[in-house]
Design a protein around this ligand. Structure first.
Ligand code: SF4
Length: 209
């Protein structure tokens, strides 16, 4: 389904944003300018009993947004003004069962793995990002680790040869911006306060005994 709801005319594949609902085998697609609120209404929304927590408008290399951005028109200018990018337009939606620290750690592990090693900021920086995030996620870190993460990101962003290095920093800096308290909760809790199983699809589908 393609929604003709755009703020401006675009041609070809660039004109649509696909969102793959959890219970369908085909995507809902909206023209540039549609909002995430509208896309979620068309796709069935997040799981019953849960709320949107954070989302990426353009894949994990674009800064995350939150529920306060549900009505941002999904076009290049408006998403940029909201502090993110459309990027690949790979919308990823996370509800309130998801630990943002764990999600960002998984993404960062991917970037570390994919770093080709050509340039030092990305090769060394992504390794240190993973070490620091993993320490925080285990509850072994300190609040100073958050400052170190931001500092590491500052030294990778704009200093890497290709977009992978820059992309690795986006989920980290934006998640600290919006969810600093959740990072700190890992420290006071001595580890992740979330049940990782609760975020899985099979947890949602389990029939109560
Ligand atoms: S930024 Fe690109 S070129 Fe540099 S190490 Fe990372 S993947 Fe390789």
């Amino acid at each position: 389904m393609v929604l003709q709801h755009g703020h401006r005319e675009e041609q070809g594949d660039d004109a649509v944003l696909p969102l793959w609902p959890r219970e369908r085998s085909w995507p809902v697609r909206g023209a540039l300018g549609i909002t995430l609120r509208e896309l979620l209404e068309l796709s069935g929304g997040v799981r019953d009993g849960h709320e949107l927590k954070f989302w990426t408008p353009g894949g994990s290399s674009t800064p995350i947004l939150t529920a306060e951005h549900l009505d941002v028109p999904l076009d290049y200018e408006a998403v940029g003004e909201a502090g993110s990018m459309l990027g690949t337009k790979a919308l990823q939606i996370f509800d309130d069962t998801t630990c943002v620290v764990r999600a960002v750690l998984r993404w960062t592990e991917f970037y570390k793995h994919e770093s080709c090693g050509k340039c030092t900021p990305c090769r060394e920086g992504t390794w240190w990002l993973v070490q620091t995030l993993a320490r925080l996620e285990r509850g072994d870190g300190t609040e100073a680790d958050l400052d170190q993460l931001v500092d590491l990101c500052d030294n990778i962003l704009g200093r890497s040869f290709c977009a992978l290095g820059d992309g690795a920093t986006s989920p980290i800096t934006s998640s600290i911006q919006y969810f600093r308290d959740e990072y700190l909760a890992h420290l006071t809790n001595g580890g992740c306060p979330f049940d990782p199983e609760a975020a899985t699809l099979f947890a949602a589908e389990r029939v109560p005994a």
